[in-house]
Design a protein around this ligand. Structure first.
Ligand SMILES: [Mg+2]
Length: 428
């Protein structure tokens, strides 16, 4: 049986809906026999009455159009009338426009009009538009060339000691010969906790380390995500922290601030095969049963497709829940094997990536892809990553003969192992 407010006398609505704690004085104020002025009528034909001779809340009531005795409920009232009827507001649709009064709202006719109206608002405020521009220019100026007082134009994210360390590392780069060793790091689970941003301590550790040895970072994620995780969305800060930055395993890369040419999966595989793979995957994932499913099951990138059975728009909590479920049921392992069986012939590889995805990419487009840019510059390449087991997205570069691989359990462990390597007195 569905319960609703049918068969409730309207005189009880304010009490029932917590508008008041006062119960109506039942006998004398039941709607029968009340006399008042009609203040309006809603589109259903219900009529609204007011008589301020009665005490609040009984001074307002409704008489239903279909006046079957007590066979009515509040869903038969046009919602615009409810605030007035329940004393939430003294405005009713007849005394007041149903368009909400929002003096801070602006109706615009398009981008040009938006611009004009914004300028008008700013002119009315404390800063003229010229002042606003001037302030923005100053900010950009500070941003490009940090001044002696380091007035923290990058916000709280970067502290003065960090800025000093960057400057000193830059100077050192110019004055001292480069080392023969480079340290290459994975991002997620290695420099940061899974899915999280780097801590200020970890960033300072990198800056200190870079005074002794060049650093590179190779993330499986796209450049935006890598920047977000390591530098709070600040691309320039990110590029200033490492000698090389590689996103999407190096399909998109920088040496200093110089970008390498970008590679793409559709160029390599072709759209017919790509679509066959995507269709197969959507069909396969549609038959998996999980505790929950969300959205964004196929994430298409330059050099990789991320297939996520739960969907990449899940919350952190749902993500954690999936990790446990996946560990117990081997969801991604089975999916990756099935993909390998059907599409390995196209020169594609399948690896369990991060916490919720299976990564698909052309063979050799794993993290070893980035090595082509550094292999000739250094004698020893140390790699630190958390997913170094077969099937993990660090496995290939970890096992590659061009690198010395290190398996880490998280940022703290990374720090420890870097210190061990540096203490080893290797010829840097
Ligand atoms: Mg990782």
């Amino acid at each position: 049986m569905v319960s609703n407010t049918a068969k409730v006398d309207p005189v009880w609505y304010p009490w029932l809906h917590h508008v008041t704690d006062e119960k109506p004085m039942t006998e004398s104020f039941m709607s029968v026999g009340r006399v008042g002025t009609v203040v309006g009528e809603d589109s259903f034909g219900n009529r609204f009455y007011e008589n301020n001779a009665y005490p609040v809340p009984n001074n307002r009531w409704v008489e239903f159009f279909v006046n079957l005795w007590k066979d009515y409920d509040s869903t038969q009232i046009e919602s615009e009338w409810l605030p007035w009827l329940h004393h939430v507001s003294n405005d009713n649709p007849t005394t007041h426009s149903s368009v909400p009064d929002n003096s801070n709202g602006h109706t615009v006719e398009g981008p040009e009009d938006t611009k004009k109206q914004v300028e008008e608002v700013l002119r009315g405020g404390e800063l003229s538009i010229e002042d606003q521009h001037a302030e923005l220019d100053n900010r950009e100026f500070e941003f490009e060339t940090p001044t002696a007082d380091h007035s923290n134009s990058r916000g709280d994210f970067i502290t003065d000691p960090v800025l000093e360390a960057i400057e000193s590392a830059e100077k050192q780069k110019i004055t001292s010969p480069r080392s023969k060793t480079i340290l290459v790091f994975d991002v997620d689970g290695t420099l940061t906790a899974a899915g999280q941003q780097i801590t200020p301590e970890m960033r300072e550790f990198l800056i200190e380390t870079r005074k002794r040895v060049p650093l590179a970072v190779v993330g499986g994620s796209d450049f935006k995500k890598v920047t977000e995780q390591l530098a709070g969305h600040d691309k320039d800060l990110l590029l200033s922290l490492f000698d090389y930055v590689f996103a999407e395993n190096g399909l998109l890369g920088f040496k200093g601030t110089e970008p390498y040419p970008v590679q793409s999966i559709q160029k390599a595989i072709g759209d017919d095969k790509l679509q066959e793979l995507i269709n197969f995957s959507l069909r396969y994932m549609s038959e998996i049963h999980l505790p929950v499913k969300r959205g964004n099951f196929v994430d298409f990138r330059n050099g990789m497709i991320k297939l996520s059975p739960i969907g990449r728009s899940c919350s952190q909590e749902e993500r954690n829940q999936f990790v446990i479920f996946d560990r117990e049921n081997g969801i991604r392992q089975k999916f990756a094997e099935e993909l390998q069986k059907n599409f390995g012939k196209y020169g594609l590889q399948f690896a369990i990536g991060g916490q919720i995805s299976v990564n698909v990419f052309p063979t050799g487009w794993d993290k070893t892809f980035c090595l082509q840019y550094i292999q000739d510059q250094y004698d020893t390449i140390h790699f630190f990553g958390d997913k170094t087991a077969p099937g993990g997205n660090d496995h290939e570069i970890f096992a590659d003969e061009r690198t010395v691989g290190h398996t880490v359990e998280g940022p703290e462990d990374t720090k420890q192992q870097v210190e061990d390597v540096l203490r080893g007195g290797e010829d840097l």
